[in-house]
Design a protein around this ligand. Structure first.
Ligand code: CDP
Length: 201
């Protein structure tokens, strides 16, 4: 059985938390596609050319300890605007989506480009201020304290770049269910996501 869940949305919207919980609930595999772009961006910070970084990506690159840092997030958003880089990552994502037993993929273009035929599509969002506050708390918990204003600026800059690029811009698929988590608890957001997917099964 294949069953694909596409979860897209802007920076720090809670896609990762919701995707992990949904995957655990249904027994599906989970792919955080942002990690692929972060790993490519990480390699460019070491001087590797973006397309070479994307075409020679290895499993070890996904283990780099600083992939969640704001610096790597910015580098990811820059390489993600390069069409050839995106193309190099398509097959892996589509193969993952088709794995037996079901798959949840989260990113920016899963419901629109990678898996337009996904069985269930969610677009998870929240106000930029709420998202920045959540990312700020996440970074602070890891001892990577940044100013809240800096985190907000990072989130807004990436959103603008991700939404305005020519190739696979971040946007909700027409048939996606919008889940605004600004006023929802984590548990509430997860429950709503599960209900949307349950209805498609
Ligand atoms: O965790 P957060 O929402 O901050 O970011 P992420 O999902 O790890 O994605 C990092 C960057 O990768 C984004 O800002 C996008 O530029 C890019 N990305 C993308 O273009 N397409 C995807 N399917 C996933 C991520």
């Amino acid at each position: 059985m294949t069953f694909t869940v596409a979860i897209d949305g802007p920076a720090a919207a809670g896609k990762g938390t919701i995707s992990k919980a949904v995957a655990a609930h249904f027994g599906f595999a989970h792919l955080d596609t942002g990690l692929l772009y972060r790993a490519v961006g990480r390699r460019t910070l070491d001087g590797v050319e973006p397309l070479l970084a994307a075409t020679t990506l290895t499993a070890e690159d996904l283990d780099a300890s600083d992939l969640r840092s704001p610096q790597v997030a910015q580098a990811a958003s820059k390489v993600a605007a390069i069409g050839d880089v995106r193309t190099a990552l398509v097959d892996f994502q589509r193969a993952f989506a088709r794995r037996a037993g079901g798959a949840v993929l989260d990113g920016r273009d899963i419901g629109t480009v990678i898996c337009p035929d996904a069985n269930a599509k969610l677009y998870v969002t929240a106000s930029a201020e709420v998202r920045a506050q959540r990312r700020f708390a996440e970074l602070a918990a890891k001892g990577q304290a940044d100013e809240l204003a800096t985190v907000l600026a990072d989130v807004k800059e990436r959103d603008a770049r991700d939404a305005n690029r020519a190739d696979a811009p971040m946007k909700a698929a027409e048939d996606a269910t919008i889940l605004d988590t600004s006023d929802l608890s984590i548990e509430g957001a997860i429950a709503q996501a599960i209900a949307v997917i349950e209805a498609r099964r």
